[in-house]
Design a binder for this molecule. Structure first.
Ligand SMILES: Cc1ncc(COP(=O)(O)O)c(C=O)c1O
Length: 453
């Protein structure tokens, strides 16, 4: 039986086995099929009363990993690929092994400082002033919920005004925005859907009209969520013009850069996304555009004090640690209290690879998408739904069924794409964001699409 606190040599032996297991799956990611069916006998059973050795446990896990979608493959171009840099796994190993608590600065000041340096780096990337503060979250959904609460606390005084608060999202906004708005207490009739233009970007004229009509009707428009890269097509809303309109109505602007935000690292992305610095808050998902493992999101708020006001924690049992710090504790900047030391998962890869490696990889993804666009738009059998702004390309057969095309492409096993519905018809999406994806993988995907057509 493995002791709760293994000796150094026991732990090393266990770690080496786990490392070998992880390596086996990393190599397999390059070759294995994109999807395997669920295991016939279901998930491994947990018999907590009868411990087993690590070999048995890893054997059970081996089958479970194999019976899953190969999300770290360079050929995985469905949904938004979720990264998985191996060096981030090492960071997690270290962070979980030392298990320090960074939520309250006094308990691990320099480690909390590491996490703050990551947030500061994100804030500088957006172009925010020194007043900005932020938190690392579990992902875009937690970030938007935190942002909505901050905006609500800043702009809707705690009274009946809350009930009149109205927020605005485009038809193409990610589903997490509405979900978070409901979680933050807004009824569905307080959430307005703004139409989009022919390139799936928020129609700013329509936004203005909706906000005006709501104000005239006695409602309080308080938040506009702009997309800095939609999930469906990668469209970037006209963020500067959204800010102009929102300012006129006294509303907060949150930019959802969960997918697109890190393209700010590239020159092309900067041109598209420069106005993010005008927004009151921004979501960035390192588990997408920085290729980190699932569970790594971020929210940065320009006037950080608004975040601190919304989430300040006051409890008698914290009196021993609530000493004045130069920066608020992370527990005072979000609804979370105990959580993992996420900062190391971002910090270590940046220290080891340098930001240039990420910039180059993102530039490469833009180039690969432009290549796929050029190649596929030459094919008259295909309708390309919009010239890609980022790394997502969406298309459908002119005479035929998008769903059938998707099935044929994915069953080739050479690539994995996903689909969506645009204008009432199924369209196929190709999202190039895995750090392992190279020209040969994109060419294989193009060949699979042509063969399927
Ligand atoms: C544009 C956008 N916003 C928000 C989210 C939600 O992020 P998460 O899945 O990290 O909660 C996603 C997820 O794909 C997304 O693409």
């Amino acid at each position: 039986m493995t002791p709760l606190d293994p000796s150094p040599s026991e732990l090393r032996a266990l770690a080496e086995r786990c490392f070998a297991f992880a390596e086996e799956h990393r190599s397999a990611a390059l070759e294995e099929p994109m999807r395997r069916p669920p295991p016939t006998n279901g998930a491994p059973k947990l018999d907590a009363e009868s411990p087993v050795g690590l070999s048995t446990a890893l054997e059970e896990l081996r089958g479970a990993v194999a019976a899953s979608w190969n999300t770290t493959s360079p050929r995985y171009m469905g949904f938004i690929p979720g990264g998985g840099l191996p060096t981030a796994a090492l960071a997690d190993f270290v962070a979980l092994a030392v298990n320090r608590y960074v939520g309250i600065r006094a308990m691990a000041p320099a480690l909390a400082g590491i996490e703050s340096s990551v947030v500061r780096w994100l804030s500088d990337l957006i172009g925010y002033p020194e007043t900005a503060l932020g938190v690392l979250t579990s992902g875009g959904s937690a970030s938007i919920l935190t942002a909505i609460v901050a905006a609500r606390e800043a702009l809707l005084p705690p009274s009946a005004a809350y009930l009149r608060g109205t927020l605005y999202v485009s038809e193409e906004a990610h589903a997490s925005v509405r979900k978070a708005a409901r979680a933050a207490g807004f009824l569905t009739d307080s959430i307005r859907t703004v139409p989009v233009d022919a390139r799936f970007r928020m129609d700013v004229g329509a936004l203005d009209e909706l906000m005006r009509a709501d104000r005239d009707a006695g409602r309080k428009p308080f938040l506009v969520v702009a997309s800095a890269g939609t999930t469906n097509t990668g469209a970037v809303d006209p963020i500067g013009r959204v800010c102009d309109v929102a300012e006129r109505h006294g509303a907060w602007v949150h930019a959802d850069g969960a997918y697109g935000g890190f393209f700010l690292l590239t020159e092309r992305g900067r041109k598209l996304l420069g106005d993010l610095s005008r927004c009151d808050s921004v979501t960035l998902d390192p588990h997408k555009g920085l290729f980190l493992p699932y569970g790594t999101g971020a929210l940065v708020v320009k006037r950080g004090a608004t975040l601190a006001r919304a989430f300040a924690t006051n409890a008698s049992y914290l009196r021993d640690v609530s000493a004045d710090e130069a920066e608020p504790n992370f527990t005072d900047l979000s609804f979370e209290m105990s959580r993992d030391f996420r900062g190391l998962r971002v910090w270590l890869p940046l220290r080891l690879h340098g930001v240039g490696a990420f910039r180059d990889a993102l530039d490469e993804k833009l180039d690969l998408t432009a290549h796929a666009y050029r190649e596929l738009s030459r094919d008259e059998r295909l309708e390309i739904l919009a010239e890609p702004e980022l790394s997502t390309l969406v298309f459908r057969p002119r005479n035929g069924d998008g769903a059938a095309l998707l099935d044929a492409v994915n069953s080739s096993g050479r690539t994995f794409l996903s689909s969506t519905v645009l204008g009432g018809k199924v369209a196929v999406r190709m999202c190039i964001l895995c750090f392992r994806t190279e020209r040969c993988h994109v060419d294989d995907a193009i060949a699979a699409i042509r063969a399927a057509l």
